[in-house]
Ligand binder design. Structure first.
Ligand code: HEC
Ligand code: HEC
Ligand code: HEC
Ligand code: HEC
Ligand code: HEC
Ligand code: HEC
Ligand code: HEC
Ligand code: HEC
Length: 310
């Protein structure tokens, strides 16, 4: 009797510690933490996830760390532990969204989804092995970088990130998740960029995505390898939404040329070390004309003449 009982493998179902059972993120790579006391396999996202080293928690269960690469949209990730005669499975639904789309309910208010790692019930588990509080008076960036080094390794970095001022935008004591940003995201930016705030309020016409307050549709708040920390080259960024402008003859310049105006790859005639592209003629935030022309001009002629004096 006793012997038979001992041979039965009794496992508890795996449990997703972070992200929570339903989570949203904007990032391509998300780290997953699963608690279980038996063998574990993870599947779901592109290429699956090979479970790395397991760490023993207080109480005997183990914790697995794993990094998934997420395609945009919804991904169901499942964690399985074999049990006597069957398999115990837990699922987590991870949604990777692009900030342009309508955000899932609940996210709007908070800035980040409800399932992030920085919740007290999760942080208390991590704290068994990791420092989860910034040293008294210590710099935020040194602390955050132990887990978020990629944020501080951009080719061109945004001023406050360069200075390590993570907490200028991320609130250390926000609830229910820490490190939320002011929302909608434009409120985070308007704290410092009062000129853009004023332009958005006073110019006659506003550009759709900027008017929606989604500055990070185009800008990475930390930095990127593009000027103005754009997420892509300006031409690719604009034609990502205005797809018909890709390869189109835009601003046909008369019979003589019978061709499109150049749309990229030439030097900007009025700005040093700047490449000419879509934002050279269109203001991406707000302007005085319906077509969002730069320089606050209100007719086509004045636009052309700004660069082509005759
Ligand atoms: C039982 C101990 C333990 C617990 C609990 C634990 N970790 Fe870890 N974690 C480790 C160890 C040890 C490493 C280093 C692994 C290595 O270097 O290969 C690590 C590595 C990491 C890394 C990778 C750091 C890097 O270089 O990118 C991150 C991120 C991380 N842990 C986050 C967490 C979070 C979040 C939690 C809570 C959900 C957590 N860990 C819970 C032991 C633990
Ligand atoms: C022990 C490791 C660890 C430390 C230290 C840490 N983080 Fe995190 N943080 C994580 C993990 C893990 C996630 C989950 C997302 C991921 O990276 O995969 C996360 C998520 C976040 C998110 C939300 C991301 C999202 O997509 O929902 C923000 C914002 C954030 N951290 C900011 C900070 C800031 C600011 C600091 C420093 C004050 C900090 N973190 C310190 C591990 C850590
Ligand atoms: C804590 C203050 C602060 C906040 C908040 C802030 N910025 Fe900045 N930003 C700066 C400073 C300082 C500079 C100028 C130094 C530099 O070039 O990095 C700057 C520069 C920029 C530039 C480049 C300007 C130029 O002329 O080169 C862009 C683009 C930008 N920020 C976008 C944003 C966006 C988008 C947000 C919101 C997610 C934001 N900023 C939030 C302080 C801030
Ligand atoms: C200028 C404001 C600003 C500063 C400074 C800043 N962040 Fe952020 N951060 C944001 C915003 C806004 C988001 C949300 C982006 C989104 O949803 O598109 C974000 C997102 C994040 C995320 C989650 C997802 C991602 O995009 O990687 C992490 C992690 C993070 N920040 C860590 C940090 C760390 C660490 C620092 C300091 C080195 C820092 N941030 C400094 C504004 C800032
Ligand atoms: C549609 C994409 C897009 C959106 C949305 C957007 N920007 Fe920009 N932003 C750009 C581009 C492109 C430039 C570079 C303009 C140029 O080359 O003259 C820029 C430049 C900037 C600059 C520096 C130059 C300047 O005009 O002062 C700041 C600061 C800035 N953006 C902040 C913001 C803030 C704050 C928001 C949210 C209200 C925002 N942006 C939304 C595309 C965008
Ligand atoms: C996230 C998608 C998105 C991105 C990226 C984007 N736009 Fe737009 N753009 C829109 C939307 C939405 C409108 C509003 C369309 C409408 O109301 O007719 C718009 C309107 C415009 C208009 C006015 C069109 C009209 O008929 O009045 C111009 C000009 C424009 N965008 C140029 C740009 C440029 C230049 C860039 C790159 C800096 C850019 N857009 C990037 C979504 C985008
Ligand atoms: C040389 C200046 C110039 C450049 C560069 C330029 N545009 Fe335009 N754009 C204009 C003018 C002028 C108009 C008004 C319609 C016209 O005269 O063709 C316009 C109109 C538009 C419109 C609204 C009307 C329509 O045709 O759909 C959009 C959207 C637009 N541009 C997007 C872009 C994008 C995206 C790029 C980069 C691929 C770009 N523009 C580059 C000058 C320019
Ligand atoms: C922001 C500056 C700027 C504005 C505004 C501008 N252009 Fe241009 N234009 C350029 C640049 C840069 C070139 C490429 C010159 C070169 O490669 O030598 C160019 C080239 C041209 C050419 C020669 C075409 C070719 O293939 O060489 C014509 C014609 C022209 N533009 C007409 C216009 C017209 C019409 C407008 C108004 C709708 C206009 N431009 C607005 C900067 C501008």
């Amino acid at each position: 009797m006793t012997l038979a009982l001992l041979t039965i493998v009794v496992s508890a179902a795996p449990r997703f510690l972070a992200p929570g059972p339903v989570a949203q993120t904007t990032r391509e790579q998300v780290r997953v933490f699963v608690e279980t006391d038996g063998p574990l396999s993870l599947s779901g996202a592109d290429g699956g996830c090979s479970v790395g080293p397991r760490f023993r928690l207080d109480g005997g269960a183990t914790l697995a760390h794993c990094t998934f690469t997420l395609a945009p949209g919804r991904t169901v990730v499942s964690a399985s532990t074999p049990d006597d005669g069957g398999v115990l499975t837990a699922e987590a639904v991870l949604s990777r969204y692009v900030t342009t789309s309508t955000l899932p309910a609940g996210v709007e208010a908070q800035g980040f989804g409800p399932g992030t790692a920085h919740r007290p019930e999760v942080e208390s588990v991590c704290a068994q092995c990791h420092q989860m509080e910034r040293a008294d008076g210590g710099s935020a960036v040194a602390f955050c970088s132990t887990c978020h080094a990629e944020v501080t390794q951009r080719k061109i970095m945004h001023g406050p990130v360069q200075q390590g001022a993570c907490l200028a935008c991320h609130q250390e004591t926000s609830t229910p998740t820490r490190y939320a940003v002011r929302w909608p995201i434009q409120e985070t930016c308007f704290n410092c960029h009062v000129d853009i705030k004023a332009a958005m309020a006073t110019k006659a016409f506003r550009h759709g995505p900027a008017a929606a307050g989604r500055c990070t549709t185009c800008h990475d708040p930390h930095g990127s390898d593009q000027p103005f920390w754009l997420k892509k080259h300006a031409y690719d960024l604009c034609t990502n939404c205005h797809t018909e402008k890709r390869g189109e003859r835009h601003v046909v310049v008369g019979f003589v040329y019978g061709d499109s105006h150049p749309l990229r790859g030439r030097p900007h005639p009025l700005k040093d070390r700047t490449e000419f592209s879509c934002p050279s003629c269109h203001n991406p935030h707000a302007a005085q004309s319906r077509f969002l022309w730069q320089f606050d001009v209100t007719n086509r002629e004045s636009l052309c003449r700004t660069c082509h004096q005759k």
